[in-house]
Design a protein around this ligand. Structure first.
Ligand code: MTE
Ligand code: MO
Length: 544
């Protein structure tokens, strides 16, 4: 019984610490919340193959699973610390100090950390230690503690019934296990009195309630600082109106433009950075003649272009959902870089986000005439927090990890020889053009559809080369030319469909795309690492 209570004391100490840390982090920096700081560090330290496995296995739930794992491991360790308290309370306290200390170190070692970011871990340490000592006393020596407390109210503060200071009594008893009879004495007293159990349960409930309130408070506070509204000027060079897509005629096909709220999100952040646009700035430095810094207002006052661009994540599996097509409003990247001029022979634009995350983009690609931009608007609105408010890079034709830095704050002209970015340090490709590919949206894989006339449909992409054609094959039949949806330019995806007279039975549908130069997509299966997946998507459906 006592062991259980002690383990629970440890666990609740961790819960209290995590909650207190979360509350303080809500006011200081949400990402410095202990579990999140450790989680972010784990993300950065995870070897690339393990990360790939996690993304492939858990998809967009990977972050939730990671946080859950950190939490579970912490609680298990804390439970063990609680058990330690039976023999040696200082060791148990030391263990909690170590755990919370680790969280503090993790928070301080984040790339953009400030000294203040250690505060949540310190709060966690204080709350954790206090809770552990308080509950462990109730778990093991509740009779004494309760009496001591009563004694306190009687005005003999700190004096236990046997005349020793209460603290010493508790400490002795908790450490006395192997040497003396103190432990069993306490247990015996507890069993007799019965008030101990109630005292412990009451204490445990109290801690749980307080921790719950603190955690919710931290969460509310962190969420309250959502992005300020900014005024987006009109584009000097607007995009043509978007044509009507096939979604009105082919049920189940991806809409021509992906709504912002369903646009995929990929980043290393456990907490979405919330940037204060009034203090935000963009720094341009490195191998430049005139380094400079500009405010959001200065950036937005530059000539704006508006472009329809389809983004894809390198982690997108064949047929996967890490792709989205949107209308972006922003400043040409070259316009900003030209202001700074160049010295020497830089070959890389190293972009840095507010949290220290970095991306390398080949300077040659940025300067080859494509519409690489610093976007401040998406689908007619300011960027959402999740998609990089207040400014992000968009580089048509390149996977996001080499050209789409969210929460952008710095552009550095440098060389690949001198500096590496987050993913290139982890052996991903340095130059990663998006591979031509096609996806079947309808029918849904492994679904059962009604026999008769239907349509097979989906999207195909070959950013910056343009989609030339899409072909579909049913079972082992001939490749048939699909009909293409409206053309929104070479940087955008293309909807496609093929009418199909579906006969009952099990059918296998395959799709392949060809770019405008006539180059067919790679049929060889490749994993996303290191430069994007390839292969032909095949779906199996039942027609009944
Ligand atoms: N700051 C920051 N920017 C980032 C990332 C990141 O982890 N941090 N991930 C990149 C990757 S891998 C992709 S695919 C795109 C995704 O952009 P989205 O979330 O707006 O779709 O953002 C890129 N920009
Ligand atoms: Mo990505």
């Amino acid at each position: 019984m006592m062991r259980l209570r002690l383990a629970l004391s440890g666990i609740l100490a961790a819960v209290a610490g995590i909650a207190a840390g979360h509350l303080v982090a809500g006011f200081i920096a949400p990402a410095s919340s202990p579990v999140l700081a450790i989680g972010s560090t784990v993300i950065d330290l995870t070897p690339t193959p393990v990360k790939e496995w996690a993304v492939a296995t858990f998809g967009t739930n990977d972050k939730l699973i990671l946080q859950g794992s950190v939490l579970v491991v912490t609680l298990v360790l804390a439970g063990a610390a609680g058990l330690l308290a039976r023999r040696h309370l200082p060791a148990a306290v030391g263990f909690i100090v170590l755990l919370t200390g680790l969280a503090g170190v993790a928070a301080l070692l984040r790339p953009a950390a400030r000294p203040l970011d250690a505060l949540p871990a310190l709060a966690a340490m204080a709350a954790g230690v206090t809770t552990l000592v308080w509950l462990a006393r109730r778990a093991g020596t509740a009779g004494t503690a309760a009496t001591a407390a009563t004694a306190g109210t009687r005005g003999t503060a700190g004096t236990a019934p046997d005349g020793l200071p209460a603290k010493a009594v508790a400490g002795d008893e908790l450490t006395a296990g192997p040497h003396g009879s103190a432990g069993s004495d306490v247990t015996g007293r507890l069993a007799r009195s019965g008030t101990g159990r109630r005292g412990f349960i009451g204490g445990a409930l109290g801690v749980t309630v307080l921790a719950g309130l603190a955690a919710v408070g931290g969460q509310l506070r962190a969420g309250a600082q959502s992005a300020k509204k900014v005024v987006l000027p009109q584009a000097a060079d607007p995009a043509k109106p978007l044509p009507k897509g096939l979604e009105s005629s082919v049920p189940g096909i991806s809409p021509l433009r992906t709504p912002t709220d369903t646009f995929y999100r990929v980043d290393t952040n456990l907490v979405v950075p919330q940037v204060d646009v009034d203090t935000w700035s963009l720094e341009v430095d490195g191998m430049v003649e005139k380094p400079f810094t500009m405010t959001f207002a200065e950036l937005a006052a530059m000539p704006l272009i508006e472009r329809d661009i389809t983004m894809t994540c390198v982690s997108n599996e064949v047929g996967g959902g890490y792709i989205g097509a949107a209308r972006w409003l922003g400043v040409r990247l070259t316009d900003v870089l030209d202001r700074a001029g160049t010295t020497g022979r830089p070959d890389q634009v190293l972009s840095t986000a507010v949290d220290g995350f970095t991306i390398s983009t080949p300077l040659g690609v940025v300067r080859d005439g494509r519409d690489a931009m610093i976007a401040i608007g998406m689908n007619g609105a300011q960027l959402s927090d999740t998609h990089g408010f207040p400014a992000r890079l968009i580089t048509p034709g390149l996977y996001g990890f080499v050209g789409a830095t969210k929460w952008l704050t710095r552009l550095t002209l440098t060389t690949y020889a001198a500096q590496q970015s987050y993913w290139t340090k982890r052996q991903w490709a340095t130059d990663a053009p998006i591979k031509t590919s096609a996806r079947i949206d309808t029918p849904v894989p492994l679904s059962t559809i009604k026999a008769g006339t239907t349509a097979i449909g989906g999207v195909a992409w070959a950013q910056h080369r343009g989609v030339g054609g899409v072909e579909v094959r049913i079972d082992d039949g001939d490749w048939q030319e699909a009909k293409l949806g409206p053309d929104v330019g070479i940087d955008y995806w293309r909807q496609w469909y093929l009418p199909w007279d579906a006969r009952p039975g099990l059918h296998r549908i395959s799709v392949r795309a060809t770019d405008l130069s006539g180059q067919a997509q790679l049929t060889k299966r490749a994993t996303p690492f290191p430069s994007g997946s390839s292969g032909i998507q095949e779906v199996v459906v039942t027609v009944a």
